[in-house]
Design a binder for this molecule. Structure first.
Ligand SMILES: Cc1c2[nH]c(c1CCC(=O)O)Cc1[nH]c(c(CCC(=O)O)c1C)Cc1[nH]c(c(CCC(=O)O)c1C)Cc1[nH]c(c(C)c1CCC(=O)O)C2
Length: 325
């Protein structure tokens, strides 16, 4: 049976998360309160016995540490101010002061986790983080960052380099504090033309992997280039990541044939099917497991769990994942 965890397993579909969030008054208060963040990291482990815990935090903590103001307003999504499209990059700093609380959370979780549970740290990939930093908010097509990359490639490159530097320190800090593996989320890798994918997804990811491997050679790195599609084999071969995450649009039979033999993969149940539930759920779980049975496979969703997902559907999926094939 494959080990299993779910992206966004610590979050709003859990009543115990919503209760703590209401008590503490907002998402960022939870992230920077290491007791609360450790508790939330552990909630899905207690309830479901996932094989992996993922640190409760957010990819936008890095831009926050670099000096952008970060707010999460209910119903609006995250905001970073000022947006970098118009601001001076010189205003950015590699200020680790925001990151100390995160390492404290890691230490608390590491001390409390059952011995058999893996512990994942994470960061956003430079491209995805830059899309938020440049626009100051989420966007459908990442137009602001794509434009900046074409119009001002040197300035954009300096931004990517700055994010790479902080991300290497941040991931090494999480590892030193006790995570066992790290995942690099490139949620918007699907919005780039091929050469741009090479330059802004593959190259900076490879730099992070090389620099992290030099410092923490034993720690596995999972790359998750969401939406990469046909670029996945190239990403797998050229970045040096130890495992690749597949989003729900990837046919696992194709991925098994196209990806390097023996490379561990993670994924890729559709979070919408988990939300819908029903008979199709166990059969989809089975198809994914069968397709990936010839290589190391970490079962996961193709993207984060939807906040409306019923607990019973998570339990049904886990039963199917834990059943012998
Ligand atoms: C793009 C991105 C973000 N954050 C993240 C990504 C990459 C993965 C992906 O593509 O989903 C990653 C992330 N965000 C969160 C985690 C925690 C660990 C986990 O359980 O997976 C992780 C790994 C908590 C969170 N991050 C956020 C919440 C919801 C906060 C709340 O309202 O309680 C949680 C639990 C908020 C967030 N954070 C972000 C957005 C766009 C939003 C608002 C939209 C949304 O709510 O889904 C940025």
């Amino acid at each position: 049976m494959p080990p299993v965890w779910f992206m966004r397993q610590a979050g709003r579909y859990l009543p115990e998360y919503r209760a703590l969030r209401a008590e503490k008054g907002g998402f960022l208060n939870l992230v920077y309160d290491s007791d609360a963040a450790a508790e939330i990291t552990l909630q899905p482990i207690r309830r479901f016995g996932f094989d992996g815990a993922i640190l409760f935090s957010d990819i936008l903590i890095v831009p926050h540490a670099m000096g952008q103001a970060l707010t999460f307003t209910a119903g609006e999504g995250p905001r970073l101010a000022p947006p970098l499209a118009g601001a001076r990059l010189e205003s950015l700093q590699a200020a680790p002061k925001h990151l100390a609380a995160i390492y404290e959370t890691v230490g608390k979780v590491a001390a409390a986790l059952p011995a058999e549970t893996g512990f994942l740290g994470f960061a956003g990939a430079p491209w995805t983080v830059a899309t938020y930093m440049v626009a100051g908010e989420g966007s459908r097509d990442q137009a602001a960052a794509r434009l900046m990359a074409y119009r001002e490639p040197e300035r954009f490159s300096a931004l990517i380099d700055a994010i790479v530097d902080v991300t290497v320190e941040y991931l090494a800090g999480q590892i030193a504090a006790g995570v066992h593996a790290v995942q690099i989320f490139d949620s918007w890798s699907g919005s780039l033309a091929p050469q741009e994918f090479e330059r802004w997804v593959i190259a900076p990811t490879r730099t992070i992997v090389e620099r992290l491997k030099a410092r923490c050679p034993e720690t596995p790195i999972i790359g998750f280039p969401k939406g990469a599609g046909g670029n996945l084999p190239r990403y797998a071969r050229e970045t040096g990541v130890d495992a690749v995450g597949l989003d729900e649009t990837v046919d696992p039979v194709w991925a098994d044939a196209a990806l390097p033999k023996g490379l561990p993969v993670q994924g890729n149940l559709d979070p919408m099917l988990l939300l819908a539930g029903g008979e199709a759920l166990p059969s989809a779980v089975r198809r994914i497991r069968e397709a990936l049975s010839g290589r190391p496979h970490i079962f996961n969703l193709g993207h984060g769990i939807d906040k409306e997902t019923p607990i019973a559907h998570v339990e049904a999926a886990l039963a199917a994942i834990r059943k012998p094939l």
